[in-house]
Design a binder for this molecule. Structure first.
Ligand SMILES: Cc1cc2nc3c(=O)[nH]c(=O)nc-3n(C[C@H](O)[C@H](O)[C@H](O)COP(=O)(O)OP(=O)(O)OC[C@H]3O[C@@H](n4cnc5c(N)ncnc54)[C@H](O)[C@@H]3O)c2cc1C
Length: 466
């Protein structure tokens, strides 16, 4: 085993900490950037051969393909980071028409209502569901002592029809998950808080919008970048010192002591390097596999039980005339009750400019998830056969795509299912028993990109001053 010479320049403050960051996804890179800014000396270890984690953009012949996340909600913290990184001119906003969303009911593609009057006119919901929504406006505060499923939570406010035709497709779009299994408290903590504070979710939502308007703060925009979401992890990586990022590195163990020894292997030899602190910005499987101490124990092995359904995304390019639907929106979501193969379709070329060559459109089809894991593992050709009928009957797609990319995510998104507290407690206990080890990312404080960026920034703060 080689003792690796330090890559850190000798000119840095002798008081700054050396910090090993595990994982070069958006969480790890946000942490590494902030740690560097605070004067710490970072070293990022990434097991794959590329940075960005789930964020992966490909640009081929005028098609801009996002294999993983497609868009980012620019909350004030995200906007501030983008400004600091000098990326403001690269931002592309979702086109105005992307406000529209479509849902399927009884085989018909219907626009989701965007305002209260549109809700009352919409054929998507029955008169009974509409009356139930009015009643929700006057619901009082509820004292909840235990968590409950997201489906039970929403049903208690709006009834079963809203669960089936609004919540279920929405949850497929965010988690590729099942609202009957997801924890209300952990999967959508903001909804949980709205209920605790306001009782009615509708009144709470209105109060939040009014408070934001009073602060003259616009609602967070949905954004990406002209060259795709990968712009952000690359910009973060450019802010850490040259040579501080190691790709293709297998982590063999962490040994705590007065300093942390990180044992890693780059495929040719094992190396040991000492650090003052370790930031673990890994998905659940990476955390579960962490071997800590001389006995190589796995204190987070229980995180292996977190459900991660497989997901497939099929990026399809067509000539404009091959698709009858106007594609005037963000996309289309399909409720489980409709018994279709697809979870939904993003209208990628309507969402952001520059996603398809002139005269063409791009669709991103999502399939699999908790609902149909069997579909996710199909080959590109098999998946295309499975979704062809849905594309034809729902969007009027004819003929073969002129461009196609297929991505398979064997463990796409952690499901914050009922009972998730035990995983959160295991993470907290691991930190308590290993001072100097800080853990965060998509398995702990939210799966969205803004949540992961916030997690990375919080990890850097928790390491403390230099
Ligand atoms: C298909 C898909 C679509 C999505 N769509 C959206 C969307 O539109 N908007 C949105 O906000 N969010 C979306 N998400 C969620 C979001 O992309 C992720 O939650 C987020 O990118 C996770 O970031 P992370 O850095 O925490 O983890 P990751 O991106 O998983 O990064 C962790 C990194 O750690 C590395 N690693 C793992 N184990 C080790 C180890 N032992 N040693 C060293 N390195 C290791 C991995 O290789 C990886 O690079 C989507 C996710 C998927 C999969």
């Amino acid at each position: 085993m080689a003792l690796t010479p330090s890559i850190f320049p000798a000119s840095r403050s002798p008081f700054s900490k050396t910090v090993a960051v595990l994982g070069a996804g958006i969480t790890g890179l946000a942490a590494a950037h902030r740690l560097t800014e605070r004067g710490h000396r970072v070293r990022v270890f990434e097991q794959s051969g590329r940075l960005g984690g789930a964020i992966r953009t490909e640009n081929v012949d005028g098609w801009l393909v996002e294999a993983g996340p497609n868009s980012l909600l620019a909350d004030p913290a995200v906007s501030a980071l983008i400004g600091e990184l000098g990326l403001t001119d690269e931002v592309v906003q979702a086109q105005p028409g992307a406000r529209n969303r479509y849902l399927v009911r009884r085989g018909r593609v219907l626009a989701a209502p965007l305002s209260p009057p549109a809700f009352f006119r919409s054929p998507l919901f029955s008169p009974a569901a509409k009356i139930r929504a009015v009643v929700e406006l006057v619901s009082g505060r509820r004292r909840r002592t235990t968590d409950l499923s997201l489906a039970d939570f929403v049903r208690s406010h709006f009834g079963q029809e809203m669960v089936d035709y609004a919540l279920d497709p929405f949850v497929s779009g965010v988690y590729a998950g099942d609202p009957r299994k997801l924890s209300a408290r952990h999967s959508f903590p903001k909804l949980w808080e709205l209920e605790q504070t306001h009782g009615s979710l509708l009144r709470g939502h209105r109060a939040v919008a009014q408070a934001r308007a009073q602060r003259n703060e616009p609602a967070p925009a949905i954004i990406s970048f002209a060259h795709g979401l990968q712009t952000l992890p690359y910009a973060l990586a450019s802010r850490i010192p040259p040579g501080a990022l190691s790709l293709g590195v297998r982590l063999e163990g962490l040994v705590p002591g007065p300093r942390w020894n990180v044992i890693w292997n780059n495929g040719t030899a094992a190396h040991t390097e000492a650090f003052d602190a370790v930031v673990a910005a890994l998905p659940a499987a990476g955390l579960a596999g962490l071997r800590i101490g001389p006995l190589a124990e796995r204190p987070l092995a229980g995180l292996d039980a977190i459900e991660h359904p497989p997901l497939a995304s099929l990026f399809l390019g067509y000539r404009r005339e091959q698709v009858r639907h106007p594609l005037d929106g963000f996309g289309l979501l399909v409720p489980s009750l409709e018994k279709r193969s697809i979870l939904g379709v993003l209208f990628s070329s309507s969402l952001f400019p520059g996603r398809a060559p002139a005269g063409h459109v791009a669709l991103t089809v999502m399939a699999g998830g908790v609902r149909r894991p069997d579909l996710a593992a199909l080959s590109a050709a098999e998946l295309m056969s499975a979704v062809r009928e849905d594309l034809s009957s729902l969007l009027g797609v004819t003929g073969e795509p002129v461009f196609q990319r297929h991505h398979f995510w064997p463990r796409a998104i952690p499901q914050y299912n009922l009972g998730y507290d035990c995983h959160l407690e295991a993470i907290a206990a691991c930190e308590r028993s290993h001072p100097g080890l800080w853990i965060g990312g998509q398995a702990r404080t939210g799966i969205s990109l803004p949540a992961c960026i916030a997690a990375g920034e919080a990890l850097a703060l928790r390491v403390g001053p230099s």
